[in-house]
Each structure stands twice: as C-alpha cells, then as structure tokens.
Design a protein around this ligand. Structure first.
Ligand code: G6Q
Length: 548
C-alpha cells in the first residue's frame, strides 16, 4: 500500500489539520500534559535530549510511533546491524556500526562480537586496521616516526573531499582541547588551487605528513590536490622520500602504490562503509593522530553506546527514533522545508556542514526503493546551521518572524573546556532564552503593558510556536561526541526507512564526478562541444579570457 494511504499516515494528516485549525500552542501542552517531560525527554550517559518544545501531543507521538512500527524501522535496523545488503542499488551491506563495535584495553582494540558479510567476519579487518592505525599514530605522536631528513612530524595535512574530509575535519575541530600540543592538523578539499596553495604556504616539508584520504583514489579534487602536494614536496625531496611523508586511507591498493605510497602505510576500509559514514574508519586517521589512540577509543565507545541504545531500545524510548519522528512530523505533516542545526559550542562549528552532507546526501532522493518516482510526500529536508550565538545576530530573525517554519536543534554543553570568566553562562543563557522565546513568542498584550506604541506592536509581536529540540551534553568529550554523531546518523537512517528511500547511495555526487570530466577535456583542448546555449557561452567566455 502507498505510504500516504496507510492508516498511520492518514491519522497524522488529521492530527496536523487539527493542530493548525485549532490554533494550538506548544506551551499549552505543558499545562494539558503535566508529565510531558517524562514522555518527551531522554537521557543517555551524559546526553540529555529534550523534545518537549514541539507541536506534538501525546496522541500525535503515539501515531508517529505507530508509523515507525508499521514502516518496519526495527526490522530494517536489525538487518543493518546483521550486515544484510540493505544498500540495494549498490548491492552492499551498510556497516558503519561495525567500525565501532570494539573495546579497547591498554592500546589494543578487540571486537565486541563478530559481524558477517558473505560469510566473512568483517570485525577481523576492522580490528586489524584500528590496531595498525593505533601503532602508526603512537610512532608519529611520540616523534619516533622520522621524516626523510630525520625530523619528527609537526603538521598533518589531510587531503580528501566529501565523506573523506567533512567527518575528520568536524571531529578534529570538535576535539581541539584533546589535540597534542605542537601538532597541527590541516584539511584540504577544494580543487580550487587556493585551498592547497594556502595550506602549503609556509609549511615545512621536512616535518609534514600528508594523508591522501580517498576510498576510490580516483576522485578528481583529491588526486589533483595530492599530485600538487607531491610536486611541492619533490622540490626539496627525492621520490624515495615520499614513503616517509605520504600515507593513504583508501580501498584502492594498486592506485595507492602507483602514487608512490608504501602500501604498508595504507590504511584500508571496505565497500560497506559509505563515504559520509566513514569517519570512524581509516578516514579517521587524522583524528587519531590529533587526539591519540586512547581518546580515539573513547570516541568509538561513544558511537557504540548510541549504536547499542538504537539497537536495543523500544521505539518509544529510542532517542534516534524519536528525533527522526519529530523530523517526519514537520517535514511531512507541517510542511517545513528545512531544519537548522545550531550548536552552542564553537568547536562544533563544522557540525551542521557535516550533517548537511550526512542528511542531504542520504535522504535527498525522489525515487523509492522500488524505483518509483515519489510524488505524494516529501523526503529529506534542507539542512543548514551555524554555531550560536553568531547565528542569533544573523539569521534567527527569520526563524522568529519569517513566514517559513524552521524546526531547530539546539546543542549545548553544561561544562565548557574554556569557562573563561562568565562566557559560558552567557552563552548558555542565550541557548535557553532562544528556545523559550521561539516557543512562547511575545504577545501584543505584553507589549502594550510595556508601553509599546500601537503602530509598532505588529512589528514587535512574536507569534512563537516555533519548535525546537534541545540537546544538552554534560561536556564535549570524545565519548559524548561519538554519541552525538551516532544519534544523528541513526536519525537519518530511520527517516530513510519511513520515506522508503535508499539512504546509502549517492548517484547525485557521481553525476558531478562524470560531468566535469567531459567538459574538462573540452576546455583543455580549447574546443567547446555540443551544449545548451548557456553552457556554450560560459565556456567560450572562459576560454577567451584564459587564452586572450
Ligand atoms: C559520501 C560520498 C562522497 C565521497 C567523496 C569522496 O558518502 O560518497 O562525499 O565521500 O566523493 O570520495 P572518495 O573517498 O572516493 O575520494
């Protein structure tokens, strides 16, 4: 039966109509349901998730739960954890959960349990790679690993793009307080020469280590930047020195060797790790180098805690499921087009960008698993955001008084790594004040009582009723960060199941990879082929300017 014709979907459509027609308000739900927080807030190991400031009544919540059950979320989740090939279009298992299915004791990673794909226990490779990364990391961090001229490594440069860049960049930045003193980690991704040029400027080749991070080792941007870095390095070094200054995170051994990298310094991963889910794989090498093996193990343990919670907790208490259902409510029944992710923590400055890819590449699909065009409901939302309080002075105006509904996730910490004076209490006062103001608004009566002139009242009134999720974390540590990332990953998974899309392919990315190749060859040969009039004039103008 079509999703929109199911009993669960129809009930929710009715709920939405009643909510809108009844002019209901979120804050009044706290009066009609005095135990609302018990139903809408969740706690797991230092992570408190409050979903109570949403336009979701107890009855809507129960209809959403029924939708999750009827959509087979639990069965699909179990298939993922068991290594079934649920990425149907690519015929692959989806096992990023295997990457953190590990324990750690005195420098050694071991598997928690076996996970089989095609009769092979993937945990053997996972653990081997982690231990190899661990050993390598310790030699680099201790200074035992020497560059070609006998000096130890001070700067790590990760060259990758998309899933091979955003995750490690976000994690490394978020864990800044854990980075070893004297070690700096840089990320290059854009094929725009500015990115690599600015990174190489002032860099000392003798103390630099490049990680070429590419699952396929063919991605144009990454390989162009890697070749440029190699050329720059060879201005001062011999080809045989490459092995001491270049390593790879990849699945493509032959291409890695052809580049000049010693395959002993290649850290593998597998086809069942999707790019945007690959940060806890070998793609996490810059993170491990930055924060060390012990902290990296804590990061993986955080992911694992959330994975196990997702796997074992009934729908009603399952945090990723509940967050996903809240998102479905706005996306499909309240006509919201986007969601904002607003971390009140400067080190989470790349978090929204990371999950912009995580969400939009996973669920930005208009074809369902059966290959049919989805015409009657919305799939993935537009994801955007910036750290608070900067966002407050930029775009919050539209969230408060714009004509669009923008559900927002607020993420903040109880304890800061930089409590400097009263900075942290001020930061968090803004977090709490914003979520309250978005919900309660400011009425004309209050403004009148404050002496506001009648002509200004329409402008200064806030309708409120703007929904928010609040995630309050005790402290941003490797463990809680792992939990937070896994929470969003599983939320995306649940939504993909309900929308019946394959959250694990990315043909939209691949289109870009192929399209640019053909045009590049035309530009290089100064010969514009068959294109539409607009593309032709753009290319001709570009060529004229480039070769006047
Ligand atoms: C992620 C995508 C995409 C990918 C990049 C880099 O899920 O597949 O962002 O990670 O295109 O690909 P390579 O790692 O193969 O260079």
């Amino acid at each position: 039966m079509k999703l929109i014709n199911t009993r669960e979907w129809k009930s929710l459509e009715l709920d939405a109509k009643q909510w809108i027609d009844g002019h209901q308000r979120i804050e009044s739900l706290f009066v009609s349901q005095p135990d609302r927080l018990a139903h809408f807030s969740f706690e797991l190991d230092g992570l408190f998730v409050d979903l109570s400031k949403n336009s979701i009544t107890a009855s809507i919540q129960s209809h959403l739960n029924q939708l999750a059950t009827a959509s087979g979320v639990e069965a699909y989740r179990d298939k993922m954890f068991q290594g079934e090939k649920i990425n149907l279009t690519e015929g692959r298992a989806v096992l990023h959960v295997a990457l953190r299915n590990v324990t750690y004791h005195r420098g050694v990673f071991s598997a928690v349990s076996s996970i089989f794909v095609d009769g092979i226990d993937v945990m053997v490779g996972v653990v081997d790679t982690l231990n190899k990364m661990g050993k390598f990391t310790e030699t680099v961090r201790s200074g035992e690993w020497k560059g070609a001229t006998g000096r130890s490594i001070k700067t790590i440069v990760n060259i990758g793009i998309g899933g091979s860049d955003l995750g490690p960049k976000m994690l490394t930045r978020a864990l800044t307080p854990y980075i070893q003193e004297g070690l700096s980690v840089k990320f290059v991704s854009n094929v725009d020469g500015t990115d690599i040029a600015e990174t190489l400027n002032g860099l000392d080749p003798e103390t630099s280590l490049f990680i070429i991070a590419s699952k396929t080792f063919t991605t144009q941007e990454t390989m162009t930047n890697a070749e440029t870095a190699k050329r720059w390095f060879l201005q001062t070094h011999k080809p045989t020195d490459i092995a001491k200054h270049f390593v790879a995170a990849s699945t493509a051994e032959k291409l890695v060797a052809a580049f000049g990298i010693d395959t002993a310094n290649m850290f593998p991963f597998w086809d069942w790790v999707g790019g945007r889910y690959s940060s806890p794989s070998a793609i996490g090498l810059p993170v491990m180098l930055a924060i060390g093996r012990d902290h990296y193990a804590e990061l993986l343990s955080g992911y694992h805690i959330m994975d196990q919670h997702f796997l074992k907790t009934p729908i009603e208490k399952n945090i990723p499921v509940q967050m996903a259902l809240t998102g479905i409510w706005y996306n499909n029944f309240m006509h919201a087009e986007s969601i904002a992710i607003l971390p009140y923590d400067q080190t989470l400055e790349h978090f929204a960008a990371y999950f912009q890819q995580g969400d939009m590449e996973s669920n930005g699909k208009y074809v369902n698993l059966a290959g049919e065009r989805i015409t009657d409901y919305q799939t993935g939302p537009i994801v955007w955001g910036e750290p608070g309080t900067n966002g407050q002075h930029a775009f919050y105006q539209l969230i408060h008084q714009g004509t669009k509904l923008i559900p927002a996730d607020f993420i903040g910490m109880v304890k800061s790594h930089h409590p400097e004076g009263d900075h942290h209490v001020k930061l968090m006062a803004n977090f709490f004040a914003q979520t309250e103001a978005l919900m309660c608004g400011l009425s004309a009566d209050t403004l009148r009582a404050q002496g506001c002139s009648e002509s200004l009242i329409p402008h200064r009134t806030f309708e409120g009723n703007r929904p928010t999720n609040s995630i309050l974390i005790n402290e941003l540590t490797p463990k809680t960060l792992g939990m937070l990332v896994a929470l969003y990953e599983h939320k995306i998974f649940v939504q993909g199941v309900i929308w019946q899309v394959n959250s694990f392919d990315q043909y939209g990315v691949e289109l870009g990879k192929v399209g640019a190749k053909a045009i590049l060859s035309e530009l290089e040969n100064n010969k514009v082929g068959q294109h539409d009039a607009s593309t032709t004039i753009l290319m001709e103008r570009f060529l004229k300017k480039a070769n006047p």
